[in-house]
Design a protein around this ligand. Structure first.
Ligand SMILES: Nc1nc2c(ncn2[C@@H]2O[C@H](COP(=O)(O)OP(=O)(O)OP(=O)(O)O)[C@@H](O)[C@H]2O)c(=O)[nH]1
Ligand SMILES: [Mg+2]
Length: 270
């Protein structure tokens, strides 16, 4: 039997909620515009041989939608609470959503705190790790993740974890398995620590370089491309002949000097 869970994603405007969900479903960075209302995303997970359909709800963060949030939280099993790591005010406003979650029986152990746009961390991080940890301790939140839709980091695994957390705690799925998932996630987070960003870029450069080499091999290294080389030579000869014709014409009119120039040009080309 397929289980189904409802996850709500919430946080103030422009923190990156929809872009993150675009990445989750399309696997590429598609910057979103302001969400004017409600969007829904669906994802299928296989957790411990069990098919789970996850419905992810995404409501625009504008205050004008606050009157809809009561309905929005109904029946949700997990909240992904999003702030923008480059904007302190997006972090300050999280209390409001935590209160709403409590009103709808989403306990704090079903909340994942998510700092979006982590690719901008090295230049623009506006909230210190200590502040985040104090906030978590105060609210009794235990899971904190930083993600980047631009780099495609920590998005798939977060929603897999959220799905697992949303499942009823039966013998198919227990706390032990959830903690295993969390451990997997922590490795992924460490992978994108600021200190690790530059090796990542180096790796990217290495791959680009490799790809260029492959392409060069393709152009000059294969039999088929000998034809390209011959065509190239043909073109050079044709151009030389055209030039010769012009020079001969000039010779007839002005004397020997242009012919000498022509020979120099041909020698240089060879
Ligand atoms: N650098 C960077 N920019 C991002 C990332 N995610 C989103 N953005 C940018 O942030 C802008 C706002 O993102 P949205 O996904 O629309 O934010 P939202 O939280 O859905 O906003 P509302 O719909 O108004 O609630 C996007 O247009 C992107 O340009 C990211 O991971 N890295
Ligand atoms: Mg949106």
């Amino acid at each position: 039997m397929t289980e189904s869970v409802k996850i709500v994603v919430d946080g103030r405007g422009a923190v990156g909620k929809t872009t993150m969900l675009n990445y989750l479903t399309e696997h590429r960075f598609i910057p979103a515009r302001v969400t004017l209302g409600l969007k829904m995303f669906m994802k299928q997970y296989q957790i411990l041989n069990q098919e789970v359909t996850t419905i992810i709800w995404d409501l625009g963060g504008l205050r004008s939608f606050d009157s809809l949030r009561d309905l929005y939280y109904q029946g949700a099993t997990c909240l992904v609470l999003v702030y923008d790591i480059t904007r302190y005010n997006s972090f300050e406003e999280l209390d409001y959503f935590i209160d709403l979650a409590a009103e709808h029986n989403i306990s704090t152990d079903k909340i994942i705190l998510m700092g979006c746009k982590y690719d901008l961390a090295s230049d623009e991080q506006a909230i210190s790790q200590i502040t985040i940890e104090e906030f978590m301790a105060y609210h009794n939140i235990t899971i904190e993740i930083k993600s980047s839709a631009r780099r495609g980091r920590n998005i798939d695994s977060t929603f897999e974890l959220a799905t697992a957390m949303g499942l009823p705690q039966n013998n198919l799925f227990n706390v032990h398995e959830i903690s295993q998932l969390k451990e997997g996630l922590i490795e992924e987070i460490e992978h994108i620590d600021i200190g690790n960003l530059s090796p990542e870029i180096q790796e990217l450069q290495r791959r680009v370089h490799q790809e260029r080499l492959e392409r060069k091999k393709l152009i000059y290294g294969t039999k088929e491309n000998v034809i390209t080389a011959i065509a190239h030579c043909g073109l050079v000869v044709l151009l030389a002949l055209m030039r010769a014709k012009i020079l001969m014409k000039t010779y007839n009119e002005f004397g020997r000097a242009p012919i000498f120039n022509f020979i120099v040009v041909i020698v240089l080309k060879i």
